[in-house]
Design a protein around this ligand. Structure first.
Ligand SMILES: O=C(O)CCC(=O)C(=O)O
Length: 268
């Protein structure tokens, strides 16, 4: 397996633009050759961990958005190498401007042919982490043409904290549709993307994605990082309780967020 542990430098201007907009893209972060080596293992781990087997017609809007499988690194050694990659983790640290990053969790987001929209949402409403220094790497493992589209980000929305849309679904979609119209956020997408390009987004940035009306599976792998040294935040909703149990080893509010599920992936 080709190692993904060599690191790269990003432009200071990219980190500044990430800070301002809450999102950025790094083209060619993995090569087509690297992606093709890791894809089979990621695909099979995604199928293995798939929890919702219902046909599309029986799923709600969120369920239609994608096959969502989490923490592939715990079930497959090749997926583990991908998720632990120092190259990806260092870019995450550099964009956030921190000295080290830990894993929150990974997730495969495979938008099937005929898959619906990813409703507008903010990730951080789910996360009991006492920081705004969180970031998701979103990397397509297949070329994503304009007809499929990639994530759409509302630039600068991360500066506004919780914008009130709560859980992802029909309600968050209509709430944020109205908000975007009212606040005139600049909407940015990095489509088309090549396999191995990666977008990065801040935990509080408002984002969603278009439906997949093509016959191609939009195979995407994501890795969510937070700054090393962060503590567990308020566990003030059932969603945050569930996340604490699932991704932070049920640590209490105030504890260092560094359970065995949160390995240090990069440190200066
Ligand atoms: O892949 C998508 O459609 C949405 C991605 C997303 O919401 C995320 O990675 O936070």
């Amino acid at each position: 397996m080709i190692s993904l542990d060599n690191t790269i430098e990003i432009d200071a201007a990219l980190a500044q633009s990430f800070k301002r907009n809450g999102h950025a893209v790094v083209r060619g972060l993995a090569s087509a050759q690297e992606v093709s080596e890791y894809l089979p293992a990621i695909k099979s781990a995604t199928q293995l961990l798939r929890s919702d087997e219902r046909p599309m017609s029986e799923r709600d809007t969120y369920g239609k958005a994608f096959i969502q499988s989490m923490n592939l690194w715990t079930v497959d050694p090749v997926a583990r190498e991908f998720v632990m990659a120092k190259r990806f983790a260092k870019v995450a640290a550099d964009l956030m401007g921190v000295d080290g990053v830990r894993l929150y969790h990974d997730q495969a987001l495979f938008k099937e042919p005929g898959g619906g929209i990813t409703p507008w949402h903010q990730d951080h409403v789910y996360w009991p982490l006492d920081t705004t220094n969180t970031i998701t790497m979103w990397m397509p493992l297949v070329d994503v043409p304009n007809e499929i589209g990639s994530v759409v980000f509302a630039s600068g929305s991360h500066e506004r904290g919780d914008l009130g849309g709560s859980e992802i679904g029909d309600d968050s979609q209509s709430h944020f549709d109205r908000l975007i119209e009212r606040e005139k956020f600049d909407l940015v997408s990095y489509a088309p993307m090549r396999a191995g390009d990666a977008s990065f987004h801040a935990g509080w940035v408002l984002h969603g994605a278009p439906a997949n009306e093509t016959a191609t599976m939009r195979s995407v792998m994501t890795i969510i990082y937070f700054a090393d040294g962060v503590r567990v935040g308020e566990i003030d909703s059932p969603m945050r309780r569930a996340d604490d149990e699932r991704w932070l080893g049920s640590l209490p509010t105030g504890a260092l967020a560094a359970s065995p599920m949160n390995p240090l992936l990069w440190s200066r």
